[in-house]
Design a protein. Structure first.
Length: 211
């Protein structure tokens, strides 16, 4: 019997896969996107759920069948079509992120945050910076769900309300830290600038109408 839950979509570890991060338990499940058989011999394309049209960052309600070795998505619906993008070795890192990181270092802190504003002083988003530590980098932790992005999104939602966002997880060429930029408007100028600057083109979104 399929179990219903709310999940954040993350990139999968292999081609034709995605991770679904449980919003309650923060446990990831790897699912096939269809077009190839999973380890259990089942094919998600046969479930009728449009798994292949999901994009990293989407918040979804999904019913998962756990009777197979790799869970099968029986049904899925998009709650909020936020988009995540990940880029490593970026050069240059945008100025606000560099400033925020320098402030963290000067204060001996491992993380810091700054509100992002446009030239008219309007708030357009927020940036968070995190020091790298350990063998696995912060960017990998965010991408794999080991360190969920949910608390950062929730913090923005508390002050700005719930809405689809664009989230950019970036690590500079020199390493040292990872920046998470959250734009208030998924289709706003800041989001488009980030996509162009860091070669993170917006994907097609068949499941989202009028977005």
């Amino acid at each position: 019997m399929a179990e219903q839950g709310r999940y954040r979509v993350l990139p999968g570890p292999e081609p034709d896969t995605l991770r679904l991060l449980d919003r309650t338990t923060c446990e990831p499940a790897v699912v096939s996107t269809g077009g190839s058989e999973d380890e259990s011999g089942s094919d998600d394309a046969g479930s009728g759920a449009p798994i292949g049209d999901l994009r990293p960052g989407y918040l979804v309600d999904a019913a998962l069948d756990w009777t197979t070795q790799r869970p099968t998505v029986e049904s899925v619906s998009v709650v909020r079509p936020t988009l995540f993008a990940f880029a490593d070795g970026v050069d240059p890192m945008f100025e606000a992120a560099r400033e925020t990181w320098q402030a963290a270092r000067s204060e001996g802190e491992a993380m810091n945050t700054q509100v992002l504003r446009n030239t008219d002083n309007e708030v357009t988003g927020a940036v968070y910076v995190f020091a790298e530590s350990g063998e696995r980098g912060r960017l990998e932790e965010f991408r794999e769900g080991a360190r969920p992005l949910e608390p950062l999104l929730d913090r923005v939602a508390e002050s700005r309300g719930e809405a689809p966002r664009a989230v950019f997880v970036l690590r500079p060429a020199g390493g040292g830290f990872t920046a998470v930029a959250i734009t208030l408007r998924k289709d706003g100028q800041l989001a488009e600038t980030m996509r162009d600057t860091y070669d993170c083109p917006r994907p097609d979104e068949p499941l989202v109408e009028g977005d």
